[in-house]
Design a protein around this ligand. Structure first.
Ligand SMILES: *[C@@H]1O[C@H](CO)[C@@H](O)[C@H](O)[C@H]1NC(C)=O
Ligand SMILES: *[C@@H]1O[C@H](CO)[C@@H](O)[C@H](O)[C@H]1NC(C)=O
Ligand SMILES: *[C@@H]1O[C@H](CO)[C@@H](O)[C@H](O)[C@H]1NC(C)=O
Ligand SMILES: *[C@@H]1O[C@H](CO)[C@@H](O)[C@H](O)[C@H]1NC(C)=O
Ligand SMILES: *[C@@H]1O[C@H](CO)[C@@H](O)[C@H](O)[C@H]1NC(C)=O
Ligand SMILES: *[C@@H]1O[C@H](CO)[C@@H](O)[C@H](O)[C@H]1NC(C)=O
Ligand SMILES: *[C@@H]1O[C@H](CO)[C@@H](O)[C@H](O)[C@H]1NC(C)=O
Ligand SMILES: *[C@@H]1O[C@H](CO)[C@@H](O)[C@H](O)[C@H]1NC(C)=O
Ligand SMILES: [Cu+2]
Length: 577
């Protein structure tokens, strides 16, 4: 198999271990590999939109190095922090069984790697296949610090579709024509929404529709008649995106790290944190076709980046004139209107597991979480620190708790070492006040309470969560990401969740498995999972501005019985605060 975008691994030596009987998780005949990498977080000049910026990268690459692994492989990644910011890396979607120490969210599972420091992430990929990615999990550094984490089946194990000859990784990103950390800093000062980005990118390049960009537009070659696999990742900081390829159908075969029942579509909606694998066949006249993505914007009256990023699908047999000539600009695909929710709903409804899956039918924990924004009133509404709507500051919450990270320890370290005073475990399982969530919400309900509250789950408990979007400030699609787990998405709908009618429509047969799922704007989405991974796991909106405002909480999953159901001891080099 030929892989595009295979990046050079710095000092990657790979050693084969046959018949790994010592690792109970690996099947007896598996041949697994241990990959060693060094990721140096550094400042690198990157030129985009006519200007050069000192950009935070990994190993000087933007996007960062791709990790190409197989199910069962182990990764040892030594991270060296050579920038002035605190850094952590998160391996988005990797389950990290019993191993929260390698998960990465700053102040949740570890203290950050401070300037000049190092930390080695060690983890094994256990029963996961598909496309994941990695990114910084510390303030807004993930704007430029991210890369693919592609997991192929074990050697000799097939894909559930005919093996494509070629595969491409396509990372969608968001580019700011200034230091993203300064954009965040300004927003945190003023309390207003952060400035929007200046471009979307495909593998780091904005494409033909932006100034000073067309020379570097990414080109994906295809042969007439061949089928290629595209691994699409939304690494954008704050924006759901619509994605399409001119004149070509896409066959969706996977989302996050799970296969799906194949279905064809002209457009996909992909939220920050999500991945989608699609097959594309070169069945059109040999020419060049635009691949394009732009915003799917659900928040009302909010500024957003309305630009369009493009790459080019180029038939190798396309006439030279069409490759070089000014005359033959590639065809642009039709993308839905920014505010059109119908194509997103249709796409999401098409996602199913390939066969019947094992969804817990009985549940031990029935959780109902309201998710949304809020506004904090100011004592001096006219001050330059209260530039949010009508002299307020933006906030966000789950069940009216706006999540606050600790500063003097990580949640996981405090829990493991029994350090008191860092968090409480009284996160409310249901909203403290019932109201018409998606109706006209009384202004008196808009200000949540800050807190570092966790929700305790017994090992092995069967959990259902209904995420209910609210109309506080605005209804919106919030892409909710759960660390340490994959869950089944068993239902969704618009308006307020109604247990007596909506539960009857849940899909217990073939719901898709994901790690990130959006709430329909002004609607709800229901998930189920078994709490079989002990540790502290962050649940949050993957729109980074919302995360920073507090749209997050954490689960504390207790140890079960014996070592095999307990968190492993922390590594010796775990960063301290
Ligand atoms: C944000 O946008 C405003 C208005 O366009 C501009 O004046 C300001 O410099 C920007 N600042 C940052 C940090 O993005
Ligand atoms: C994008 O927004 C700008 C400013 O709000 C507006 O002038 C422009 O027409 C919009 N472009 C598109 C393609 O919607
Ligand atoms: C979407 O925007 C268009 C024009 O900006 C407007 O006419 C239309 O009513 C909007 N649709 C929805 C569903 O908000
Ligand atoms: C701000 O105040 C105006 C005028 O009172 C009102 O119409 C608007 O809804 C308010 N906006 C918010 C977000 O509270
Ligand atoms: C929402 O309720 C407030 C009072 O609680 C009222 O002033 C306002 O007109 C209502 N808005 C709508 C759109 O119904
Ligand atoms: C915040 O201010 C608004 C009006 O400006 C008021 O309706 C609301 O009750 C206030 N909230 C709190 C928590 O004080
Ligand atoms: C959240 O809690 C604050 C403080 O108790 C209260 O003013 C507000 O109404 C609550 N809002 C909701 C949606 O529960
Ligand atoms: C970096 O992390 C350390 C440890 O938590 C903290 O003391 C320091 O203030 C942080 N620095 C910045 C710039 O956030
Ligand atoms: Cu959100």
């Amino acid at each position: 198999m030929e892989t595009y975008n295979l990046t050079v691994k710095p000092w990657c030596s790979c050693l084969l271990i046959g018949l790994l009987a010592m690792n109970a998780f690996l099947s007896f005949f598996a041949i697994a590999e241990i990959q060693y990498h060094e990721f140096v977080v550094q400042t690198t000049p990157v030129k985009r939109l006519c200007r050069t910026h000192n950009t935070i990268t990994v190993n000087g690459q933007f996007p960062g190095p791709s990790l190409e692994v197989r199910n069962g492989d182990s990764l040892v990644i030594r991270v060296v922090n050579r920038v002035q910011y605190n850094v952590t890396l998160h391996w988005h979607g990797i389950r990290q069984l019993r191993n929260p120490w390698a998960d990465g969210p700053s102040y949740v599972t570890q203290c950050p790697i401070q300037p000049g420091g190092t930390y080695t992430y060690r983890f094994t990929i256990i029963n996961q296949e598909g496309t994941l990615w990695w990114h910084a999990h510390s303030e807004w550094l993930r704007a430029t610090v991210y890369g693919a984490l592609n997991i192929r089946p074990k050697l000799g194990s097939p894909y559930p579709f005919s093996l494509p000859k070629r595969e491409y990784t396509l990372l969608l990103g968001e580019w700011f024509d200034r230091n993203p950390m300064d954009v965040l800093k300004l927003a945190l000062f003023t309390g207003a929404a952060p400035n929007v980005s200046d471009a979307y990118t495909i593998n780091g390049q904005p494409g033909d529709l932006y100034r000073c960009s067309s020379q570097e537009t990414v080109i994906f070659p295809i042969d007439s008649g061949e089928t290629v696999l595209f691994r699409i990742v939304n690494s954008a900081l704050n924006q759901e995106l619509y994605f399409s390829i001119a004149n070509h159908q896409m066959t969706v075969v996977g989302v996050d790290a799970a296969y799906t029942k194949p279905f064809t579509t002209r457009v996909i909606m992909i939220g920050p944190g999500q991945t989608t694998n699609v097959l594309i066949t070169g069945d059109q006249p040999p020419a060049r076709y635009y691949i394009a993505a732009r915003a799917y914007q659900t928040a009302m009256n909010a500024a957003f980046d309305n630009t369009t990023t493009t790459a080019i699908l180029e038939y190798k047999s396309a006439p030279c004139s069409s490759k070089n000539g000014q005359s033959s600009r590639p065809i642009l695909p039709q993308l839905p209107a920014y505010n059109n929710t119908a194509p997103s709903t249709a796409f999401t409804a098409g996602l199913k597991s390939p066969a019947q899956v094992n969804v817990p039918t009985a549940i031990d924990e029935n959780l109902f979480f309201t998710v949304g924004l809020g506004l904090n009133n100011c004592t001096r509404p006219n001050s330059n620190r209260c530039q949010g709507p009508n002299g307020t500051r933006f906030t966000a919450s789950i069940n009216n708790v706006s999540f606050v990270l600790p500063r003097t320890n990580s949640l996981m370290q405090a829990y493991y070492q029994g350090v008191p005073g860092i968090f409480t475990t009284d996160f409310p399982p249901v909203p403290p006040i019932r109201f018409d969530y998606t109706g006209n919400v009384s202004r008196g309900l808009w200000q949540p309470v800050p807190g570092t509250k966790l929700y305790k789950l017994k090992y092995g408990s069967r959990v259902q969560i209904v995420f209910q979007d609210t109309n506080i400030v605005t209804t919106e699609d919030h892409p909710i990401h759960l660390h340490g787990y994959q869950f089944y998405v068993i239902g969704s709908g618009f308006g307020n969740f109604n247990p007596s009618t909506d539960t009857a429509r849940f899909n217990f047969i073939d719901p898709p498995q994901r790690n990130t799922i959006g709430t329909p704007p002004g609607g709800w989405v229901a998930i189920r999972f078994v709490a079989d991974n002990p540790g502290i796991w962050l649940l949050h909106c993957h729109i980074d501005s919302h995360l920073r405002w507090g749209l997050a909480m954490s689960f504390l999953v207790e140890n079960g019985v014996g070592e095999s159901q307990s968190v492993i001891p922390p590594p010796a080099d775990l960063p301290q605060c």
